[in-house]
Design a protein around this ligand. Sequence first.
Ligand code: NAD
Length: 385
Amino acid sequence: MGLIGPGFVAAHHIDAVRRLGDVDVVAIAGSSQESAENKAREHKVERAYGNYRALIGDPDVHVIHNTTPNYLHLPITLAALAAGKHVISDKPLAMNPEEGRKLRDAAVAAKVAHVVTFNYRGNPLVQQARGMVARGEAGPVGFVHGHYLQDWMTDPNVYSWRSDPAKGGASSALGDIGSHWCDLAEHMSGLRIASVLADLTTVIPIRYSSGASAEAFSKQGSGERVEMHTQSEDLASVLLRFENGVKGCFSVGQVLPGHKNDLQLELNGRTCSLKWKQEEQNQLWIGRHDQPNAVMAKDPSLMSRDVRRYTHLPGGHQEAWSDAFFNVVRDAYDWIRAGALPNAKPEMLPTFEDGYRSTCVVDAMLRSHAAGGVWQKVNCLPCGE
Ligand SMILES: NC(=O)c1ccc[n+]([C@@H]2O[C@H](COP(=O)([O-])OP(=O)(O)OC[C@H]3O[C@@H](n4cnc5c(N)ncnc54)[C@H](O)[C@@H]3O)[C@@H](O)[C@H]2O)c1
């Protein structure tokens, strides 16, 4: 494995790959030779490249993890695919649907494994809930709702590439974390978002930059700062229409004090409701109108046989964010070992198809807001069109 973009999330990609036990982390490529060498030392990786093309050309690297800022996803992933390497890209797959489609089409044509780390899918109780819905145990789903709220951008001294449309994309909060929520909503419900009505806000339009990009969830130090005007949204509310007329809504924000990584998703079926909260990820709430409500623990002995492989410990032993992340990475490498054949892909594993779809969903939200709050269809083109 070789990793390009050794920042905040990269450390978790490296941890997950090392946990597999039979994959070597061969090289890291950073924005300069010096930063690559520092990061290689920090992560105890042997080779450091100051240029991503050199890492892609390394014959010992078969799988590339792309954890660069969003604007670099297209050129780096395209170059990796052209070299015939498997690619695990962090989300969002690309800055917009046009780029996302190019990457999806190139990955399918290259016949390599193509994965986007929508890592919340890797939670065992997310898989449990998904299975319950798919088997009809929740009854027909009528409403899908929730939120994804964070607070790390509440301080105007936090300025990162995410607030710069040239580097993060036209959307900030929706592309950054709304993409996770929408992917999870579609994955758990088994339904596609067909159209959206979005209301976007920039709560903090002026931020102060130190010149360096702020790391996610970090506090800012003191020092001289430059005023930066930002127009991308840090708060959004969205109404959803799923296929088959199912309704939904969610809110996203990164400037909401007290909310650290507060992703919540509830599905209301006719038989029961299912609610999963990322910050209490070892529990699944099951709501009923004709029986007492219940809370299912992440306990392999209680869970469906087919999703037990996503648990690593018995009930009462708490599992966490990095375990779910590992589950996605493990499925990705299982797919690679199986030759990346389309029919060998583990069902849970999110691909560039899902990544492209996500750029289309966010794009529809941007169009809806720009039109003054008008319903917009999600336009997603099948492969080859
Ligand atoms: N799945 C998740 O939960 C999750 C969490 C955080 C971030 N992300 C995604 O991961 C990506 C990276 O986010 P981050 O928060 O780690 O950002 P970051 O700014 O902390 O890290 C990005 C790294 O890329 C490096 N870089 C910049 N230009 C480069 C170049 N030309 N070649 C090689 N490296 C270069 C930077 O120096 C930095 O080390 C983003 O797309 C983000 O959306 C996903």
